[in-house]
Design a protein around this ligand. Structure first.
Ligand code: SAH
Length: 261
């Protein structure tokens, strides 16, 4: 299911289609961290994207709203049941469309990066499923989930924060969401490199001055310096990224020119 989604049927353009997100969670109020604050809050208020929130407890069959059960084979923790999670996904698909890929948050998933986000942005709708307890019954995952996503090699207590982390990073890349269109392109990772350092007033802070090139008003030289800084940082901090995007002659001479190599 995963590889099918990631390799087949994905348009080769980088056009952003995403405008609808689903959030399946037993703590639906947590979504306010995305919908009520900052850049993502404004995007939702301006209608650049909408978020459908679904609580699996609505599909529970007992009066306590139970969504989990003890694991077969014993052991600690509880497991979110396949029938209830399947019903929650069906409900999300009714609202967002049958085509919407279902993304389950899991420390066992593919680790998300900007390149994967670019692929996800080409979907009109995405459904995020947050786990709790020990996670989901595996039969729900194999039958209803298109892709499992991890936010890194750490374990947190629920999928809500990981899902919202990914949702935020997707929403800020929807055209028009960031005030300055350029700032998303300049961010770390988007071009495979880390961002350059930034400075604002005062010009001298505790005896340390802003790099003089930034005060020169020479826009070409500033762009050149920033590109070199970006490369330098990436070389120093994330050589793994440099290895992936191997340096061009132009980039090498840029580093040499600013005496960074
Ligand atoms: N027993 C599971 C972890 C359960 S943690 C395991 O070891 O695989 C409970 C929930 O938190 C998971 O279902 C998942 O939705 C979420 N979660 C925890 N760590 C995560 C991570 N690194 N990335 C994405 N989701 C995570």
């Amino acid at each position: 299911n995963h590889s099918e989604f990631l390799s087949g049927g994905i348009p080769m353009t980088n056009e952003v289609m995403l405008s609808k997100l689903g959030f399946i969670s037993i703590f639906p109020e947590m979504i306010s961290a995305v919908t009520d604050w900052g850049v993502t809050g404004r995007a939702v208020r301006d209608g650049r994207c909408s978020i459908e929130v679904i609580d699996p407890r609505e599909f529970a069959t007992d009066k306590h709203g139970t969504v989990d059960d003890r694991p077969y084979g014993g052991g600690p923790g509880m497991v979110m049941t396949a029938p209830i999670m399947t019903a929650a996904v069906e409900s999300a698909k009714n609202r967002l469309g049958d085509q919407a890929p279902v993304i389950a948050m899991s420390p066992q998933g593919q680790v998300v990066d900007e390149q994967l986000l670019t692929t996800l942005l080409q979907q009109e709708a995405l459904i995020f499923v947050a786990g709790r307890y020990e996670g989901f019954d595996e039969r729900f995952v194999s039958r209803s989930v298109d892709i499992e996503l991890s936010v890194g090699d750490i374990v947190v207590s629920g999928g809500e924060i990981p899902a919202m982390l990914v949702m935020d990073s997707l929403i800020r890349r929807i055209p028009g969401v960031l005030g300055d269109e350029l700032s998303a392109e300049q961010d770390s990772f988007v071009d495979g490199l880390l961002d350059c350092p930034h400075y604002t007033r005062p010009e001298i802070f505790e005896g340390e001055a802003v790099p003089s090139v930034l005060l020169s008003g020479d826009h070409a030289r500033i762009a050149d310096w920033r590109a070199a800084q970006s490369l330098k940082r990436t070389l120093e901090r994330r050589p793994d990224l440099i290895a992936k995007c191997d340096l061009s002659e132009e980039q090498r001479s840029l580093l040499a020119r600013w005496e960074m190599l």
